[in-house]
Design a protein around this ligand. Structure first.
Ligand SMILES: [Cu+2]
Length: 387
C-alpha cells in the first residue's frame, strides 16, 4: 500500500527534517498512522487470500456438478446459502411433457375506447419446474399474471380483487398516475379500481407493490401489459410472443412439499430457478413456432425481482430491438444480445428463413442452467435440443 497520500510535501520541511516542534509531532503521528495502516493492509491481504481459496473451492464444486448432466446441482455457496438448483424427480421428463405451457401468444386487444382489466390475486401452489412446487402469492391463473394487451390511446380500467390472505396492490409501470392513490394496499376480500390512459407504447411490467416488494414479486405477483401502437406504425409481425422472465428463491427443494420464499437468497441474488413465464424450460418441451420467413416479435418483460435478462436467440441476429421497450424510439438493427433490466422490457423482431430449432435464452448463462431457455421451432422440424 502506498503511503504517498499521507506524506504530503506541504506537511514536511523541504529537506525532510521537521523545522519546528509542531512539525515534529505531526511527523511522529504520521509515522504511527503509516504503521497502523500497514498492519490493516496485512490483515486484508490474509483475508483476501482466504476468500480466494474459498472461491476456488466453490468454483471447483460448481464445475464438477455442471459437468454431469442430470445430476442434482444443489450446493452450498461460499456465502453459506444452500442451493436447490436442478432438483428433479425421477419422472421429470414425463412431467415436463405433461405440463401445459403458459400461453405465450399475445392475446387480441379489446375493441373500443376502454379496456377493462380484471385481476384476481390468489395464494396458490404453482409448479416452477418439473415436479417442483412453490407456495406462491400470485394470480388466479398462477404466475405470471395474465398477459394484458391494449391499444395505445385506450383508457385502461384496472379492477384488482384481493383473494389472498394479506394486503396486496398492483403497480403498473405503464401508468402515469399518483402511486400513493392508485397503487395503495387492498385488504383481503376487497376490490379496487383505477384508470390510466395507455399513452406509452411498449411492453411494461405490472406487479404487487406492497412491502416487502422483493418478497411479493419473488412470490409470483407480476405480469406484462403490451401497449401496441396504432396498426401500421410498426413493421408487420406474423407472430407475437410474450415472455416474462423471473427468478425463484426457495427454502426447500419443493419436491415433497411446496417450497416457500427464502429472503437470504433473494438478498444474495442467488436464485434456485429462473424462468420464462413461470416454469423452467417449458418452451423446450413445448416450443414456440414460426414458419420460415415469418417475422416473429418477442415482447419481453423482466420481472426480476433482481436479475437482468440478456435476451439472445441462438442461430440468428435480432433484426430489430426496441431497447427498454421504448417504442417511440427507432429500434436498433441487427444486434446479438440485448439486456432487459429487472423491472423493464424489450421488444425484439426476428425473421428466420432456415428451418430449425432456435433457442432463445438469457445469455447470462447461469440463467440457462436454472431454466431461462426456450425453443423457437421454425418450419415444424422434428427433434429437440438443449443449449
Ligand atoms: Cu402482494
Amino acid at each position: 500500500m502506498s503511503t504517498a497520500p499521507y506524506a504530503s510535501p506541504t506537511m514536511t520541511h523541504p529537506r525532510g527534517a521537521p523545522s519546528n516542534p509542531t512539525a515534529a509531532v505531526v511527523a511522529i503521528l504520521l509515522g504511527i498512522l503509516v504503521a497502523v495502516l500497514g498492519f490493516f493492509a496485512l490483515l486484508m491481504w490474509v483475508d483476501a487470500h482466504q476468500a480466494r481459496d474459498d472461491a476456488h473451492r466453490a468454483a471447483t464444486q460448481a464445475t464438477s456438478a455442471a459437468a454431469m448432466p442430470g445430476m442434482d446441482m444443489s450446493s452450498t455457496s461460499a456465502a453459506g446459502v444452500h442451493s436447490y438448483a436442478g432438483a428433479s424427480p425421477a419422472n421429470a421428463d414425463a412431467l415436463a411433457t405433461a405440463h401445459k405451457p403458459f400461453p405465450a401468444t399475445l392475446p387480441a386487444a379489446p375493441a373500443g375506447a376502454v379496456a377493462n382489466v380484471n385481476l384476481v390475486l390468489k395464494d396458490v401452489t404453482v409448479q416452477i419446474a418439473p415436479g417442483i412446487k412453490y407456495a406462491a402469492w400470485a394470480w388466479a391463473g398462477g404466475a405470471p399474471g395474465p398477459v394484458i394487451h391494449v391499444r395505445q390511446g385506450q383508457l385502461v380500467k384496472i379492477t384488482l380483487t384481493n383473494s389472498g390472505a394479506i394486503p396486496h396492490s398492483v403497480d403498473f409501470h405503464a401508468a402515469r398516475v399518483a402511486p400513493d392513490k392508485a397503487f395503495g394496499d387492498v385488504m383481503p376480500g376487497k376490490s379496487v379500481s383505477y384508470t390510466f390512459r395507455a399513452n406509452d407504447p411498449g411492453v411494461f411490467m405490472y406487479h404487487c407493490g406492497t412491502k416487502p416488494v422483493l418478497m411479493h414479486i419473488a412470490n409470483g405477483m407480476y405480469g406484462a401489459i403490451v401497449i401496441e401502437p396504432p396498426a401500421g406504425t410498426l413493421p408487420k409481425a406474423d407472430k407475437n410472443y410474450v415472455l416474462v422472465a423471473s427468478e425463484w428463491y426457495l427454502d426447500s427443494d419443493g419436491l415433497s412439499k411446496p417450497a416457500q420464499f427464502n429472503m437470504d437468497k433473494a438478498h444474495a441474488r442467488q436464485p434456485d430457478w429462473m424462468t420464462f413465464n413461470g416454469y423452467s424450460g417449458q418452451y423446450v418441451k413445448h416450443p414456440l413456432t414460426a414458419k420460415p420467413g415469418e417475422t416473429v416479435r418477442f415482447w419481453v418483460v423482466d420481472a426480476g425481482p433482481s436479475i437482468d435478462t440478456d435476451f439472445h436467440i441462438v442461430g440468428t441476429v435480432l433484426d430489430r430491438a426496441w431497447v427498454a421497450a421504448g417504442m417511440t424510439n427507432k429500434p436498433l438493427e441487427n444486434v446479438q444480445t440485448v439486456a432487459v433490466p429487472a423491472g423493464g422490457g424489450g421488444v425484439f423482431d426476428v425473421n428466420i428463413d432456415k428451418p430449425g430449432l432456435y433457442p432463445f435464452v438469457s445469455h447470462a448463462f447461469a440463467a440457462v442452467d436454472q431454466g431461462q431457455v426456450g425453443l423457437l421451432n421454425v418450419g415444424g422440424v422434428h427433434g429437440t435440443m438443449t443449449h
